[in-house]
Design a binder for this molecule. Structure first.
Ligand code: ZN
Length: 135
């Protein structure tokens, strides 16, 4: 697991320090305002193996009992390819992204369109479909 402190760059790839980006979401000091923010902060949580945050931002209907972290998986970058809705004015939204990784030294990437919904003011991940489509 990488060492991430308050002043180190956020694992989600935004040009911001962890404490100015996903950190406050992970600690619960702030709620991600958009579906893209919760997507980024969940990616960072996978990097940091923050299981409580992943479960907290998972919609109750699809939430697993626990999160399996593959110890051989190293997440190396996130790129948001597109979003639909998912802003302050919506209650649903999608985020299409590519997450890059190395698994036992072999590089790979995961492309997914994730669905999010907002309940009680908090965005949560519903489910995702793998996609080659960049829209
Ligand atoms: Zn971040």
């Amino acid at each position: 697991m990488p060492e991430v402190g308050a002043d180190t760059p956020c694992p989600c790839g935004m040009p911001a320090s962890y404490s100015a980006c996903c950190g406050p979401f992970h600690t619960g000091d702030a709620l991600p305002p958009t579906a893209a923010h919760v997507m980024r902060s969940r990616y960072s949580a996978y990097v940091l193996h923050d299981e409580p945050y992943l479960l907290r931002t998972w919609a109750p209907a699809t939430r697993p009992r626990d999160v399996d972290f593959d110890p051989d998986m190293r997440w190396t970058g996130l790129e948001i390819l597109g979003t639909t809705d998912g802003t302050l004015f919506h209650t649903t939204g999608t985020v299409t992204f590519v997450a890059r990784y190395t698994h036992r030294g072999e590089p790979g990437e995961l492309r997914e369109r994730s669905r999010f919904e907002k309940a009680d003011g908090a965005w949560a991940y519903v489910d995702g479909t793998f996609t080659d489509d960049a829209s």
